[in-house]
Design a protein around this ligand. Sequence first.
Ligand code: PLP
Length: 351
Amino acid sequence: MSPVTPPVRIDVDLSSDTVTRPTADMRRFMCEAEVGDEQKLEDPTVNLLNEMVAELLGKEAAVFLPSGTMCNEIALRVHARPGEEVIAHHTAHPINFETGGPGALAGVNMRAIDGARGQFDAAAVEAAVRPPSRYAPRTRLVWVEQTSNLGGGSVWPLERLEAVAAVAKRHGLATHMDGARLMNAVVASGVSARDYAARFDSAWIDFTKGLGAPVGAALAGSRAFIDEAWRCKQQMGGAMRQAGIIAAGGVYALRHHVKRLAEDHANARRLAEGLAGLPGVRLDPRTIDTNIVFFELTGSLTASAAVERLLVRGVRMGALGARTIRAVTHLDVDAHAIERALAVARDVFTG
Ligand SMILES: *Cc1c(COP(=O)(O)O)cnc(C)c1O
């Protein structure tokens, strides 16, 4: 995810699903959106989007926010007090990509736990819950990421989520689902967003990942939770005015860009199958659940050198470690672009 100087021309951008640009139809829809003062709850398009997300996730209410990062940071502040502890996988977004926000904004202690592919099980949560002690932080919240980004877009099975949430409830802990790519999990598994989110006190979806909108995310929970989230939003400067113009991108995306995520998943699988056959590449295509493809380099080529060589040939991927590369499919790469990327990768990896 380190920024690379782009060449004159990138033919296939697999660096992230955030690179999508709004389609002509989405732009038209945004252009024509009805708007009002969002922070007075007078923007009809934002209100509609919040209702759609609350309904989708089976929660009482939702609040539109500028980013998924703000959803996470606000959720931390509402669920936990300074000094309290949050159980999360060590790959979780707030631990790695939110500039220390959990410490800086919520004052919480993140307890990073382990498990394959960005997931943990109920036993790991049980083991991480602090017994009452004057010395230890108080455990307050259990955090999951559906799908897991650094876990390679892995989909948490519903039963595992339910078991994890059951342990949390038994200990009186709150639960949060980072659903930046929840709709990818829904399309890949056929389980509804409502069912995935059912055992979690709060959950959110991002409009700027696979859904392809330019701005925004929405956080959902109980009415009381969202009332508190609004106070944080106002305080952090996230309350907006005629935000319907951007929220319309989310409305359009929920109506038109969900089912098509299946294409991104098929493209990711095709990419993985092609890459897996190349020399110096370690990748098991069976581990590709959704739109994220991680692979390891086993030869002398480093990830940053490989990414550089791909880039000068017009294909952008991300180096996520000395030998780890990430490629993400999205609505701006079609099957043809995947074949193009594979042809370039073949060149690079066969020397
Ligand atoms: C992208 C992402 C976020 C942050 O969302 P932004 O809208 O980019 O702020 C949070 N969690 C996960 C798992 C993500 O992939």
